[in-house]
Design a protein around this ligand. Structure first.
Ligand SMILES: Cc1cc2nc3c(=O)[nH]c(=O)nc-3n(C[C@H](O)[C@H](O)[C@H](O)COP(=O)(O)OP(=O)(O)OC[C@H]3O[C@@H](n4cnc5c(N)ncnc54)[C@H](O)[C@@H]3O)c2cc1C
Length: 474
């Protein structure tokens, strides 16, 4: 390993929104800053994201986060987060990113704003996005952050991964061992900020911690839990390891990442691998849909929701592209009426449930036929006795042609990782701060059970700012 050639005040691992916010804050506090980024470009998951941010008035914000976390995040951390939420729009304006209140367009199913109307912030919650990013709001946010970092002359070294912590004789974190081009070198620093995302891209960590599997990352594949490993070297305590959010997603060997699936007309339902419905298809909060896959079926032989299938009619096929609402690392544009994906064989079509069941390889075609009959009866009556789906979205499937797409759990983010305090200091198992080590964002989020729209990006930006400022004071 080559000897340390650099010495900076604040060394940041990862150039996503948490790393960018930390870099800006540390620089503006007077520190020299260096960011190491594993991939060839910054942006992390922000560039694929919906770009949603949120806030709620006064104490509502802290009460809301507290309630969604089921009390599993210390109140001082929640309050620091809430305070940062209140200041976020001004901070973004200060770096040249004007935000506007988001008015949800009609049509997406399930309707998803506000995320959790029955939790403390209720309808008082406000969602914001960076102005001017009509097509890709996450990219607009990222462009503003990257521009602010560039304007400050902050150096980013790409294709350089943090590999180990360097610690001094007292155990304080004093830099990093990084790898680039296969060789290792050491960078000395007064403080290290872990801002390198979650662990959804590491099958072993996902298997060890997430409550169902296999799962597949729908965003960057680079989030492989490196922050968890680095923090582990310093004896960090962990929190929220079970938490994750994501969507039903289609996988094909033709592309590396799964495609998250959305519907724009209500004539669809989900079935398991035996052909039975298993959920209120339009009732689950948008981040929380995968929870429907977690119940094991004790009287069945298999894992009947891995995979599962979305079944839909021609109206739903024509209503909008099943993928495209959010970004994907795949270099592919889904067709507006899903016809290209039918032609590719990604979406199967059949004349009736028995033929469709045969094409899907379901063990007993009659099960799907019975499911479709029961759904049709429920939809015509406006009452779903199995899952109490909203009568507004309980719509019969029309026409002779049925379509189906296979789906797997696609993970957009994990919440678990090193535990931090309200100053973004990483804590050890005694609850004491590990000198020199900070964290922000998806490397270990505040969210303790459920998550709201905007919860990922705001955690990254709020705690990125806090981490950068506190680390600069080292
Ligand atoms: C499709 C999708 C839609 C989403 N929509 C929203 C939304 O609308 N609102 C919202 O709030 N959240 C959303 N999220 C979540 C949000 O994008 C993340 O919570 C947020 O990007 C986390 O920011 P971060 O900086 O902590 O991590 P990331 O954005 O994941 O960035 C981490 C960075 O660290 C780098 N890295 C990893 N390991 C190393 C290493 N060893 N050394 C150096 N660098 C490393 C990675 O390459 C990456 O660039 C969405 C996510 C996805 C995938």
């Amino acid at each position: 390993m080559s000897e340390s050639t650099r010495n900076v005040d604040v060394l940041i691992v990862g150039f996503g929104p948490a790393g960018a916010a930390a870099a800006i804050a540390a620089h503006d506090a007077g520190s020299s800053v260096l960011v190491v980024e594993k991939t060839a470009a910054g942006g992390g998951n922000a560039i694929y994201s919906g770009g949603f941010l949120f806030d709620a008035p006064g104490d509502d914000a802290a009460d809301h986060v507290d309630a969604l976390s089921f009390g599993r995040t210390p109140r001082p951390v929640v309050e620091a987060y809430a305070d940062g939420l209140h200041r976020l729009a001004d901070w973004l304006r200060g770096i040249g990113a004007e935000t506007v209140v988001f008015d949800p367009p009609p049509g997406r199913l399930p309707a998803s704003f506000p995320s959790w109307p029955h939790f403390p912030a209720g309808e008082r919650i406000a969602y914001r996005v960076v102005a001017g990013g009509e097509g890709r709001r996450g990219e607009a946010l990222w462009d503003a952050l990257a521009r602010a970092v560039a304007e400050r002359g902050i150096e980013i070294v790409y294709e350089t991964a943090a590999h180990h912590l360097v610690r001094d004789e007292d155990g304080a974190v004093a830099g990093l061992v990084v790898t680039d081009d296969g060789s290792e070198r050491e960078i000395a620093a007064g403080a290290v900020v872990l801002a390198c995302g979650g662990f959804e891209g590491d099958p072993g960590l996902a298997d060890a911690h997430l409550p169902l599997g296999p799962t597949f990352p729908v965003g960057t594949p680079a989030n492989t839990g490196d922050g968890l490993r680095l923090a582990g070297e310093a004896g960090a305590a962990l929190w929220h390891m079970y938490g994750f959010f994501g969507w039903f997603s289609f996988r094909t060997p033709e592309f590396p990442s799964p495609f998250a699936i959305d519907f724009f007309a209500p004539s669809f339902l989900f079935i398991d691998a035996e052909g039975r419905r298993f959920a209120d298809e339009t009732g689950q909060e948008v981040h929380d849909r995968l929870r429907a896959l977690m119940n094991y079926q004790p009287h069945r032989e298999n894992r009947p929701r891995l995979p599962s299938y979305a079944i839909f009619d021609d109206a739903a096929r024509r209503a909008g592209p099943l993928n495209g609402l959010l970004g994907t690392p795949n270099d592919y544009v889904w067709s507006a009426d899903n016809s290209a994906e039918v032609d590719r064989g990604w979406i199967l079509s059949a004349r009736g449930p028995v033929e469709l069941a045969a094409k899907l390889g379901l063990p007993d075609p009659d099960v799907l036929a019975a499911t479709m009959d029961a759904y049709d009866t429920a939809a015509r009556a406006g009452v779903d006795p199995l899952f109490h789906r909203d009568p507004e979205t309980l719509v019969p499937l029309a026409g002779d042609t049925l379509y189906a797409i296979e789906t797997w759990p696609g993970v957009a983010g994990t919440t678990g990782g090193p535990r931090h305090d309200e100053c973004a200091r990483v804590l050890d198992s005694n609850g004491d701060p590990i000198p020199g080590l900070y964290s922000a964002g998806a490397v270990g989020m505040v969210w303790g059970f459920l998550i709201d729209h905007g919860g990922g990006l705001t955690d990254a930006l709020v705690f990125g700012r806090i981490a950068g400022t506190t680390a600069a004071g080292e």
